[in-house]
Ligand binder design. Structure first.
Ligand SMILES: [Zn+2]
Length: 275
């Protein structure tokens, strides 16, 4: 059976795959003369199909690949976009080029390769065009805005397409699943600020880094509430010296994956202990 990686039409200029088949969600925006791909999935195989589908659907070339953050499930499929401009925030690139990430990801890539054919051919590719706070890409009357916010990771960024009021949030949003907020560079305060910034933009559609698409700024309310409640729980636990395993988290997103929960709880404890 041949591999499929379909892109769902979200609006007339926007497509995305939110099925989890490429692990991290990915998609694209068509301007007038070229497309912008957003995130590359975790696999070269899905990255290849994604690019083909974008070019076939809109009948224009993909000119840019925007990377929302450095996590493997969003960047390991970059190889088929190697010939075009791959861009990210300055901080995403800094994290990707440091020795610690390089060696950790070399092991991660080796592990995926050993798991079977899906993980074959991954190349660790670092973005070529970097921006600091905000970048606009324009083409005739259409443009996209990319905002660096930090939060989920120090380099995390989101993309806004004003013409159709669509936001690609990367992992600043996990929909319907307990979020991973345990990256060593995760800043809980910036994460909450980023969610608020995306609410102020008041988009019609938000495409999260994981999970299904969300409609309207109100759909972010429970995410902001979840993180604020979680923050209070963590601060109380520090004050009361509660044992880590006794810390209970808000059940907004159901039963969490144990590993993901522990990494997140531990990271937030360390973060607020230092505050
Ligand atoms: Zn992530």
């Amino acid at each position: 059976m041949s591999l499929k990686y379909d892109l769902e039409s979200i609006t007339s200029h926007t497509v995305a795959n939110t099925t989890g088949e490429g692990r991290g969600n990915a998609g694209g925006i068509a301007l007038r003369n070229f497309c912008i791909a957003i995130d590359s999935t975790m696999y070269v195989k899905t990255g290849v199909i994604m690019r083909q589908n974008l070019e076939e659907k809109f009948d224009i070339p993909v000119k840019f690949l925007v990377i929302t953050h450095y996590h493997g499930d969003h960047i390991f499929g970059i190889k088929p976009f190697k010939d075009i401009c791959v861009l990210s925030s300055d901080l995403t690139s800094k994290i990707m080029t440091n020795g610690e990430t390089r060696s950790r990801y070399a092991d991660f890539i080796k592990g995926l390769e050993d798991e079977g054919p899906m993980g074959e051919g991954i190349e660790y590719i670092v973005p070529t065009l970097l921006f600091k706070d905000k970048l606009t890409i324009q083409d005739e009357d259409l443009h996209i805005e990319i905002y660096h916010t930090g939060g989920h990771t120090a380099g995390s960024s989101f993309i806004f397409f004003p013409h159709e009021k669509v936001v690609f949030a990367g992992d600043l949003i996990f929909e319907n699943t307990f979020p991973y907020a345990g990256d060593p560079t995760c800043d809980p305060e910036l994460l909450i600020d980023a969610l608020k910034q995306m609410q102020v933009i008041n988009a019609d559609i938000y495409i999260p880094g994981h999970g299904p698409i969300m409609k309207g700024a109100g759909s972010l309310d429970r995410h902001v509430k979840f993180y604020n409640e979680f923050k209070t729980i963590i601060k109380d636990a520090i004050r009361d010296k509660t044992a880590t395993e006794k810390i209970s988290i808000p059940d907004t997103f159901g039963e969490p994956d144990e590993g993901r929960k522990n990494m997140t709880v531990n990271h937030w404890l360390n973060f607020y202990k230092k505050k």
